[in-house]
Design a protein around this ligand. Structure first.
Ligand SMILES: [Zn+2]
Length: 403
């Protein structure tokens, strides 16, 4: 006789250098006929399980202890699946390589920005902490931004009210023309590149609802940006950089810590507060635009989402919300602009593909309240879907940016 009790699957996220946070999602389905799965959120449909902060920067043994503690707390809920997010790039995220000693699945790379996270076998740690509760095949380790890009993609897909009426009309017409549903059109044709500018710099791409990835994670933060120069910016950027591995890589130039160090140097040089604020803004815009250019060149996403404390810092000198994103859009459009045979400059170059909305901003702030957690749930849901089940991520309102 089939079990009529709803079954619960709990996905969880453990994340960041400063904070360990776990959120639970309930995936409720009727075990007789699985046709609808709802995912809940902490503070809404489900419960926040566990929260712990510890000193910055944590020593690796403290970090391991805290991760263990968080996971054994989660295990009390008897989850069916666990998704672990790492702020540090991973050697391998290919699920087929789980359990093979030499594969490097869920093992973090050396990190100049997160020393405590360097060379950690997160998969083995999770398997050990959740032994006898969660099947090792149901334990997944992924890069935080990768999960966040999934989260942002699925959030937008599930919140069509974010789309303007004009865009929706055009989507409907287009869908009718190609003989498909609007959902199919959006799902198939859109891709979201999610960029985190926070304690680390990284980006990931979700295409047609799944992560664009190889065996391991991209490592954008290690690329070196062009320096701000006196012609375009009025000053030569001689900041030495803050990354212990590459000095002035993106990670060494654009993280919160790097920006803070830069401000301290400018203060000791006697620059006025106004000048410091202006330089900081120029630096953020310039290097963020360079990152976006790289993403456009490599992936041509339909949207770039910028998130993280560098762009969401309310106390920054950047002024009102959105100013930074606006400046980044303007600069990027200018940088990628194309000139036609008549010499007309197009501010919406063909590299930036968006079929529907004229007033569309290519670079946007995150719209998902917590893209990382939502993405972990989407990741779990994708895995469930891959097993032939239909997945429907739930809705929720509110905004709370990724830290
Ligand atoms: Zn670096």
């Amino acid at each position: 006789m089939p079990n009529s009790q709803p079954q619960q699957i709990v996905a969880c996220v453990v994340y960041t250098d400063r904070m360990i946070e776990a959120s639970a999602a309930q995936v409720i389905h009727n075990s007789k006929k699985i046709d609808h799965i709802e995912l809940g959120w902490s503070g809404d449909d489900c419960t926040r399980l566990y929260r712990k902060t510890f000193p910055i920067p944590p020593k690796q043994d403290e970090l391991v202890e805290a991760l263990r503690e968080a996971m054994s707390e989660i295990c009390k809920k008897r989850p069916e699946s666990l998704v672990l997010a790492s702020p540090s790039p991973l050697k391998s995220t290919a699920p087929s390589e789980r359990g093979f000693d030499s594969s490097g699945y869920g093992v973090t790379e050396a990190s100049g920005l997160y020393p405590a996270w360097s060379g950690l076998d997160l998969y083995a740690l999770a398997c050990d902490a959740c032994a006898s509760i969660i099947d090792p095949m149901d334990i997944h380790v992924q890069l935080d931004v990768a999960l966040a890009s999934l989260g942002e993609y699925h959030w937008r897909l599930n919140h069509k009210e974010l789309t303007s009426e004009t865009t929706r009309q055009k989507q409907k017409l287009y869908a009718a023309r190609v003989g498909r549903s609007v959902d199919q059109v959006i799902f198939d044709e859109h891709s979201v590149s999610y960029v985190k500018l926070s304690s680390d710099i990284n980006a990931a791409l979700t295409q047609q609802g799944v992560l664009f990835e190889g065996k391991g994670n991209p490592y954008l933060s290690m690329l070196h940006p062009h320096r701000c120069n006196i012609i375009d910016h009025g000053f030569n950027d001689d900041f030495e950089g803050d990354c212990s591995l590459h000095n002035d890589c993106f990670g060494g130039m654009l993280t919160q810590r790097a920006l803070k160090r830069r401000v301290e140097i400018y203060r000791s040089d006697g620059l006025s507060m106004n000048k410091i604020a202006l330089r900081k803004a120029l630096v953020i815009v310039e290097y963020a635009v360079q990152l976006c250019e790289i993403l456009v060149a490599a992936h041509r996403p339909s949207l770039i989402v910028l998130d993280g404390r560098v762009v969401n810092d309310r106390d920054s000198e950047m002024g009102p919300d959105g100013l930074l994103i606006s400046a980044i859009n303007d600069q990027l459009y200018e940088r990628l602009a194309v000139i036609d045979v008549d010499g007309n400059v197009s501010l919406k170059p063909s590299y930036i593909q968006h079929n529907f909305d004229e007033g569309f901003r290519f670079v946007q702030a995150a719209s998902c309240p917590n893209p990382l957690t939502y993405g972990a749930l989407a990741h779990a849901a994708n895995i469930i879907a891959a097993a032939g089940k239909i997945v429907n991520l739930g809705k929720r309102s509110g905004k709370q940016s990724m830290e």
